[in-house]
Design a protein around this ligand. Structure first.
Ligand SMILES: CC(C)(COP(=O)(O)OP(=O)(O)OC[C@H]1O[C@@H](n2cnc3c(N)ncnc32)[C@H](O)[C@@H]1OP(=O)(O)O)[C@@H](O)C(=O)NCCC(=O)NCCS
Length: 191
């Protein structure tokens, strides 16, 4: 990806860049808030009402203090605040390819095109890193119909439904696998 970009109808002051160790706390806070808002009913109440932030700080601390060629994270930033992020784990599945593990946009800025641009930036980076294997996929909760509509608007196809989990804190729920056979389609659409 380019180091910093702005795009289309997205608020002009938003930039997209690679995440660094300095983003751990901001990403963890956004992630915890988004789980609490959107994942109730799938994740256990006891977990969501507890210390989700500590759980997410441990996860993001691990990811961002140990940069690896096998994964990458891109953030959307507005006035020095993280307002969205996407994380990709390369070559996760032999059949479906790279896993898009997390994509979240801060609640007040949803429907401004930030999620789509994060997806496009992630797809561009995947194409750059894996020019010969550009497949990717993700899991979305069956209850999360808004995210499913978003992914379908961005060219994803629902290919499988299964019981997912156990999630952090416990619990299981139905989820859909959404897949993209070639990330370059997303990049080309947005060009
Ligand atoms: C899902 C999410 C990442 C989408 O990001 P976003 O910035 O809000 O989405 P965008 O503005 O880029 O939307 C692009 C297109 O997707 C579709 N879309 C997005 N949200 C939608 C919704 N709630 N309902 C129907 N379609 C939707 C629309 O076609 C939209 O284009 P439009 O606004 O011009 O109509 C964001 O809403 C989010 O963080 N949700 C909570 C966390 C979450 O569920 N993450 C996914 C986990 S698998």
């Amino acid at each position: 990806m380019e180091n910093e970009t702005t795009h289309g109808s997205i608020p002009q002051e938003i930039i997209f860049r690679d995440a660094s160790i300095h983003d751990v706390e901001a990403i963890a806070a956004l992630h915890a808030e988004s789980w609490r808002r959107h994942y109730r009913g799938a994740y256990l109440d006891s977990f969501l009402d507890g210390d989700v932030l500590t759980n997410r700080l441990a996860e993001w601390g691990g990811r961002l203090t140990a940069p690896s060629a096998d994964h990458f994270t891109i953030v959307a930033e507005q006035s020095d605040a993280v307002v969205g992020f996407v994380h990709m784990i390369l070559d996760k599945d032999p059949h479906w390819g790279t896993l898009l593990d997390n994509l979240h946009v801060t609640h007040r800025l949803k429907r401004h095109g930030i999620g789509r641009e994060l997806l496009v930036e992630a797809a561009s980076e995947l194409v750059r890193r894996r020019p010969d294997d550009r497949r990717f996929y993700l899991w979305v909760l069956a209850q999360n119909t808004a995210a499913q509509a978003f992914y379908m608007a961005c060219g994803g196809t629902r290919v499988e439904t299964t019981l997912c989990g156990p999630f952090p804190g416990g619990g299981k729920a139905l989820g859909h696998r959404m897949a993209w056979p070639d990330a370059v389609a997303l990049v080309t659409t947005q060009a």
